[in-house]
Write a protein that binds this ligand. Structure first.
Ligand code: SN0
Length: 316
C-alpha cells in the first residue's frame, strides 16, 4: 500500500482487521520493520488519541517519529498555484512538502475541514498537495472529508464485539454546541459499505451527508425507529453538509440516553471521542457496560500499526 488516505486504500478490510487483531496479540512482532526510517506527524489541529496512538504504533514498528504541531508552530502555508504571496501565508506547499520529505520516509497529516469552503474541502487540498509534492507515502490522520484510521479502529472494535447474526449497525447524529466536520461520519459510512450488515444512518432533516459518500445507504429520520433492534449504535455529531458547516439543529431529543438504548438489541455504544457528556450521550450510557469507547481508542494503535506496516512493506 502506497498511501492511506481512505478506507478503500486497503485491499481487503476484513483481512486487515484480522491482521490488526493478530498484531494486537503480539504488538512487537515486527519491531525492526521500521528500523532506520522516520515518520513525520504533522498536526494542523488538536489531537489526543491520534497523536499518541500513531506515535505508539510507529514505535512498535521501530520507526523514529518526529511530531510537529504545524497549526500553531509552522509557517502558514499557501496551497494555491500561482498565488501572489503578499498576504499572511509565508510558505508555499511546493517547498514545504519537498523539504519535509527530505527528513522522513512517511508523512502523516491532520488537517480538518475549513467548514467554510465546501469545494476546497471536498478537493482535499492539503492531503492531495502533500501527495503531489512530497513524493513519499501520505497517511490521513483526519482530513477535510475523512478519518480512515478511526474507521479502521471502529471495524476492529466491531469485529471484537461481534454478534452471532448479521448485525444491525446505526450511525446516529447527536447534538453539539459547535460546528464539527463530517469526516468521522463519512469514513464510518465508507467502512460500513464494506461490511455485511444492516446499516442505517439517522439524523434530523438538513443533516444529510454528502450523497457521493452515502450513495444508497439507508437513511431513517426517526431516531427511535432506527435504534430498534440495533446491535451497534455509533454516535457522532456533524455539521450540515447542505447548509455547509452550519449548526441547523441542536435538538436535545437526539441525545443518546438509557431510554434510547433500551430500544436496541442490547447494543454496544460507540463514539470516536472526544465526546461532550450529557450533550451527545448521557453519563448513564457512556458509563454503562455496553460502552466500548475506551476499546475503540485502544484500537487506534493497531489500526495505525497495521497501516504503517503495510506502507513500510511497500517501501522495503
Ligand atoms: C473532531 C471532529 O472531527 O469531530 C475530531 C474527532 C476525532 N472533534 C472535535 O473537534 C470535537 C471538539 C469539541 O469541542 O467537542
Amino acid at each position: 500500500m502506497q498511501h492511506y488516505t481512505n478506507i478503500n486504500d486497503l485491499d481487503s478490510l476484513q483481512k486487515t482487521v484480522a491482521e490488526a487483531i493478530d498484531l494486537k496479540n503480539n504488538e512487537l512482532q515486527f519491531k525492526t520493520l521500521g528500523e532506520g526510517k522516520t515518520i513525520c506527524l504533522l498536526f494542523f489541529n488538536n489531537s489526543l488519541r491520534t497523536r499518541l496512538s500513531t506515535q505508539k504504533a510507529a514505535q512498535n514498528l521501530g520507526l523514529n517519529t518526529i511530531v510537529m504541531n504545524f497549526g500553531s508552530e509552522g509557517w502558514q502555508l499557501e496551497f494555491e498555484d500561482g498565488a501572489i504571496m503578499d498576504g499572511d501565508k509565508s510558505e508555499h506547499i511546493k517547498e514545504a512538502a519537498k523539504v519535509i520529505a527530505q527528513y522522513c520516509d512517511i508523512v502523516a497529516i491532520r488537517a480538518f475541514a475549513s467548514l467554510t469552503d465546501k469545494e476546497k474541502d471536498k478537493a482535499e487540498i492539503v492531503i492531495n498537495s502533500f501527495k503531489k509534492y512530497a513524493g513519499i507515502p501520505v497517511v490521513n490522520m483526519e482530513s477535510a472529508t475523512g478519518h480512515p484510521l478511526q474507521a479502521l479502529a471502529d471495524a476492529i472494535t466491531m469485529e471484537e464485539n461481534k454478534v452471532a447474526h448479521r448485525p444491525k449497525v446505526v450511525l446516529s447524529w447527536a447534538p453539539h454546541p459547535k460546528a464539527l466536520p463530517q469526516a468521522v461520519a463519512n469514513s464510518f459510512v465508507e467502512m460500513m459499505q464494506l461490511q455485511d450488515a444492516d446499516f442505517v444512518i439517522t439524523h434530523p432533516e438538513g443533516y444529510e451527508l454528502d450523497t457521493d459518500i452515502t450513495k444508497n445507504s439507508t437513511i431513517e429520520y426517526n431516531q427511535d425507529k432506527a435504534f430498534e433492534n440495533a446491535d451497534f449504535v455509533y454516535v457522532k455529531n456533524w455539521s450540515s453538509f447542505k447548509d455547509y458547516g452550519k449548526v441547523v439543529n441542536k435538538d436535545k431529543n437526539w441525545t443518546v440516553t438509557a431510554d434510547k438504548m433500551n430500544l436496541t438489541n442490547n447494543a454496544k455504544f460507540m463514539h470516536c471521542l472526544p465526546v461532550r457528556r450529557n450533550v451527545i450521550v448521557a453519563d448513564e450510557v457512556i458509563d454503562s457496560e455496553n460502552s466500548v469507547v475506551i476499546e475503540q481508542a485502544n484500537n487506534r494503535t493497531y489500526s495505525a500499526q497495521i497501516v504503517l506496516k503495510k506502507i513500510l512493506e511497500s517501501l522495503n
